[in-house]
Design a protein around this ligand. Structure first.
Ligand SMILES: Cc1ncc(COP(=O)(O)O)c(C=O)c1O
Length: 349
């Protein structure tokens, strides 16, 4: 399938299994996300976002998202993001950085005043569910379309453990399929009633031609896994991030949002502001075979799929604490490698 095309108008012959595959994958996605319709064709989360913007806004319109400065996705920002290419003006959610969440009252006021064409919930630095339900009626009164970019949290949503954007008032739920959802790299869009024909019409052939059917096959498989064991997986992912955050914090590494339980997602943020300290710590961790980003944002999905439980995350936290406190990375690396070797299976499959 990795070399082939299929088309709805049957231009290509010999596509029976790909036709079945797409229908099966869409049905699974609807079941997993509680949607009326789905498409597995976006080649990435970003392309799903492009499809969303070009379907739900017009040139001269506006889009409300989380600012990258607050952990929003730069690809949807006015810092060289897609909306600027299609003449769509960016607005940003008022944000409470203590709680790492949208400020509901101020956001309601902004939506009433500005009447954005499109309101997009979801962000890249994502600890807590977004207030979709709380803002849905303001969006509806303002005539704003509502979407949820779940790139980071799709696996948790699939497991029923984060929030239910489509029930709460979003018309589209979209995102990457390879972050907390353990599919192949790619994208997905699912939705309620209205927008299906518009989204699919915009998508093909304007934004996605060949959907890469080998990827779609892998994604359908991942959705079936999510349907069967997604709840168990998501529960463990969240338990693991809470255990990791607690272990780090108790060990003396500052972790963001302590007063709010640190996290309800797969992510944990270290609360370090000094850029030099961030550079030094992330490098020393890399030297110890512990890979994080400059956020400093740590995710527990992959470790969870490898079978790590809360007690193992405490062990990982301990290692990070040792490096943070100045232990020689080479020494920590031996321990990191030893721990990692104990987890050679893929679970939740
Ligand atoms: C919120 C959000 N949306 C979209 C994307 C883009 O996804 P992809 O990398 O699959 O294109 C990202 C990437 O990290 C993201 O964080």
């Amino acid at each position: 399938m990795g070399h082939r095309y299929r088309a709805d108008d049957r231009f290509y012959k010999g596509t029976r299994y790909m036709d079945e595959l797409e229908a099966t994958g869409e049905k699974l996605a609807c079941e997993v996300f509680g949607a009326d319709w789905a498409t597995l064709r976006p080649l990435s989360g970003h392309m799903a976002d492009m499809t969303m913007v070009s379907t739900l806004t017009k040139p001269g319109g506006s889009i409300l998202t989380v600012n990258p400065a607050d952990g929003g996705y730069p690809g949807l920002s006015d810092q060289a993001g897609y909306p600027t290419f299609v003449n769509v003006r960016n607005l940003y959610f008022p944000f409470d950085s203590e709680r790492m969440n949208i400020d509901v009252d101020k956001a309601r006021g902004l939506i009433e005043d500005e009447k954005p064409s499109l309101v997009v919930f979801g962000q890249s630095f994502f600890l807590f569910p977004h207030p979709v339900k709380e803002l849905a009626s303001a969006c509806s009164s303002a005539g704003s379309r509502v979407a949820f970019d779940g790139s980071h949290v799709l696996g948790l949503i699939a497991g029923g453990k984060f929030q239910k954007p489509l029930e709460e008032g979003a018309e589209l739920l979209l995102g990457s399929t390879h972050k907390s959802l353990f599919g192949p790299q790619g994208g997905i869009i699912v939705g309620m009633s209205g927008a299906e024909a518009d989204v699919k019409g915009r998508q093909f052939p304007g934004l996605v031609d060949n959907a890469h059917w080998n990827r779609v096959a892998a994604l359908a498989w991942a959705l079936d896994e999510a349907r069967r064991v997604g709840e168990k997986y998501a529960t463990q992912v969240i338990a693991n991030s809470k255990a990791l955050a607690k272990g780090l914090n108790e060990g003396g590494v500052p972790v963001k949002c302590e007063d709010y339980g640190f996290t309800e997602s797969h992510q944990v943020f270290l609360d370090i502001q000094d850029q030099k300290e961030i550079e030094s710590l992330t490098q020393r961790l890399e030297d110890a075979n512990i890979i994080v980003d400059h956020g400093i944002r740590i995710g527990t999905c992959e470790a969870t799929r490898r079978g790590m439980k809360a007690k193992d995350m405490e062990h990982v936290a301990e290692l990070i604490v040792r490096v943070y406190k100045g232990e020689e990375p080479a020494k920590a690396r031996r321990e990191a490698t030893r721990i990692r070797r104990q987890f050679n299976r893929i679970l939740y499959t």
